[in-house]
Design a protein around this ligand. Structure first.
Ligand code: PGA
Length: 251
């Protein structure tokens, strides 16, 4: 089963309008020869519209780093799926570990965000990952299973084509420590089995599972060679057009 690779750049809380336009233009240029894989940029909300404009003639897709479940209303500080679409976005990330840890977003909230994102038709990247303490305590699989089961609660099989899962071990994010290819593959295979148990085999075979956590130009090839790794969610290295360009062109 061949799944189309997806390389996503999560810009986090970086870039002014000017930085974002330069970076997006350079990445779009780097993508001009890319046909067999998808490239997604998740810039801050404040530059979504500019980035969408800059990449409009390329194959790059744009998404938000988070999303609310309602179309509009009294939700101070939130951005709706419709607003993301209005700004040219067609995707959203939910459940990033920084949202879980720093902003105390829990599984129930992430489930609402995911459902809202899917309802409005966004491609939705659901992040899951264990902390170092959970890994060392032998609770990696329990943690991942709990996060994925609660995030996908109530999500029908027909919606699963819009879902991408990102395995991001918290201890590997921004630390320079990447999970070994074996560690990553082991968890990815576990996630695929879990999706099969929750839905069915064809859905599990189709769902794309990205790895995230210190993906760099020098480790992307080995990660992408793993059977169940279908792409990468890249933070730090996505802020540099040259390194992100190399990651996009993984071999
Ligand atoms: P990193 O971030 O590549 O800087 O480790 C990945 C992420 O948080 O998505």
């Amino acid at each position: 089963m061949k799944r189309r690779a997806l390389i996503a750049g999560n810009w986090k809380m970086h870039t002014t309008v000017m930085d974002a336009c330069h970076l997006a233009a350079e990445i779009a240029r780097q993508c001009s020869d890319v046909e067999d894989r998808d490239v997604l940029l998740a810039p801050p909300f404040t530059v979504l519209s500019e980035v969408s404009h800059v990449i409009r003639d390329s194959a790059v897709i744009v998404g938000a780093q988070n999303v609310c479940w309602e179309e509009k209303g009294a939700f101070t500080g939130e951005i709706s799926p419709v607003m993301i679409q209005d700004a040219g976005g067609s995707a959203a990330i939910v459940g990033h570990s920084e949202r879980r840890q720093i902003f105390h977003e829990d599984d129930a909230l992430i489930n609402k965000r995911l459902q809202g994102s899917l309802k409005f038709g966004l491609l939705t990247i659901l992040c899951a990952g264990e902390t170092l303490q959970e890994r060392e305590g032998g609770r990696t699989f329990n943690t991942i299973e709990g996060q994925i089961r609660s995030a996908l609660a109530g999500v029908e099989a027909s919606r699963m084509a819009q879902v991408v899962i990102a395995y991001e071990p918290v201890w590997a994010i921004g630390t320079g420590k990447t999970a070994s290819t074996e560690q990553a593959q082991e968890v990815h295979a576990f996630i695929r089995k879990l999706i099969e148990a929750m839905y069915e085999k064809t859905i599990a075979e189709q769902v794309r599972i990205l790895y995230g956590g210190s993906v760099k130009q020098d480790n992307v090839d080995a990660l992408m060679a793993q059977q169940d790794i279908d792409g990468a969610l890249v933070g730090g290295a996505a802020l540099n057009a040259e390194s992100f360009g190399r990651i996009i062109h993984f071999r």
